[in-house]
Ligand binder design. Structure first.
Ligand SMILES: [Zn+2]
Length: 248
């Protein structure tokens, strides 16, 4: 018979050395985490591997780290929480929040005029409406604006190459109603005006020295987006190279 979630959690924290093996604290975490509504319905049907991830996510959540939904799936939020948690364990404090703008490190983005609003709440609300979008208000539209142009040009440019190696087809997310990580503003994802690609090789805190999409073979990819007025946070702020958004 498989272990209960309680036993799983106990084993996990013991193996990882996350908390002192204090029965009372452990019990409180389990009760708080799994039986007080943090885990979504249906978790009892999840595979053990998925439960392990959920437990890891709960651990971050209880440490005070924003990890998004407790869903047992590893995405950008979980990976970011891992990095924050590692920093916390090493230095005993949370890493400083990422600056909103980091233009001091030099932008490599092409200078073009953009039809999109500036990346501040006032301009975004005027252009796109308030955030977050409510799911029941979402509508289906033809591929909008200049996004269709981007897709066609990317296809034309990269179809001859081994595009699977470039991992431009590794889609990592669009709409999610959340605040910016380490901030209070709504993320561009909360307005469904941002897209992430290949997040494992372009992690949130990685700069040009580590991110795959900072390499020269991706220059055309970014120039195609920029020619249509989209903004890469990697190219303009040297972080979050997975991400591109419809702002100036
Ligand atoms: Zn993003």
């Amino acid at each position: 018979m498989s272990m209960t979630v309680h036993e799983h959690f106990r084993q996990y924290v013991t193996e990882m050395g996350l908390f002192p093996p204090d029965e009372e604290a452990m019990h409180r975490l389990v009760v708080d985490g799994l039986f007080e509504g943090h885990a979504p319905r249906g978790w009892s049907m999840w595979s053990e591997a998925r439960r392990d991830i959920a437990i890891e996510q709960l651990t971050y959540k209880f440490t005070g780290i924003d990890v998004g939904d407790i869903d047992g799936l590893v995405g950008p939020a979980t990976r970011n929480a891992r990095e924050v948690y590692a920093h916390f364990m090493r230095f005993g404090e949370m890493p400083p929040p990422m600056p909103d703008r980091d233009l001091g490190q030099g932008s490599t983005a092409a200078k073009v005029s953009s039809p999109f609003p500036a990346d501040n709440e006032k301009a975004l609300a005027a252009f796109y409406g308030s955030a977050p979008i409510r799911v029941d208000q979402m509508v289906k539209v033809p591929c909008p604006w200049r996004l269709a142009v981007v897709l066609v040009r990317v296809y034309e440019r990269y179809v001859q190459m081994a595009s699977t190696e470039l991992r431009l087809d590794f889609f990592s997310g669009d709409f999610i109603p959340r605040r910016m990580r380490g901030g209070t503003r709504w993320s561009a994802h909360a307005r469904a005006i941002a897209w992430d690609f290949d997040d494992t090789r372009n992690q949130l805190r990685w700069g040009r020295d580590r991110a795959a999409f900072a390499r020269p073979e991706y220059n055309d990819w970014w120039e195609i987006w920029e020619a249509q007025g989209f903004t890469s946070l990697g190219r303009t702020q040297n972080r979050d190279f997975m991400h591109v958004q419809a702002t100036a």
